[in-house]
Design a protein around this ligand. Sequence first.
Ligand SMILES: [Mg+2]
Length: 279
Amino acid sequence: MSADDTASPTPPPPTPDAPPATAPAATPDLTPELAEALRRAAATPNLVVACDYDGTLAPFTDDPTRAHPAPGAIATLARLAELPRTTVALLSGRNRAALAEVSGATAPVVLVGSHGSEWEGGFDAPLDDDDNALLARLHTELGEIAQSTAGAHVESKPTAAVLHVRPVEDLAARERATAQAMAGPATLDGVFVTQGKNVVEIAVREASKGAAIERLVEQAGAEVAIFVGDDVTDERGFARLRPQDVGIKVGEGETAAGHRVADIPAVVRLLGTLADLRG
Ligand SMILES: [Mg+2]
């Protein structure tokens, strides 16, 4: 013990009804309610922490293959994932291979792609001939819209075609392309449409981050799940959380999440705080 330590005032003895751990101090990115929710989650025997990727841990870019994680994001996730009885998952709309590539995250972080339908062992349900024909038609129709919109492109996913209009500089053209997709291929029988930030994704399989979170919770026997996301697709995740779970929306916009942080660096700090509390 150093002289400085002996010079410090002696802390008062704990009272019998004192909580087992104190909540982290509230900061500009951590409201008192969120700080308390993290303390409670950190103390739970089995915990699931699921995070969206784009806009939550990685800034948006015009080239999605270059959407690298924010500094410290993956290292902090890995630190959490190494803790006992702590399941940490990246839960993204990207296909799983692309998510692995761009994030650099590896086991024990669990990677779940395609909005919750693509796991390590593959897809929940493989596509049949009708699904494949519908998927080809979606590609053709969205491709026609992209061709007449400078800057737009169509991404091919295992169960979906995705129109990207973020790089379209002409805002009117961007809106027109989105409207054409919503009025055309998005209305076909048997499709599932997800409209995100400058993205229209039309899938031939229903996928939900909510169902994926439930599966992670079931596998882990988790008493509490934390889910962090920024986009409209994450709302299906927030909507399915149980009362004891912790939903955290990143940035502005309406949300079903109970908590909010301002930006991606705040998410990284929050995950670090959680790892400290649970470590
Ligand atoms: Mg996102």
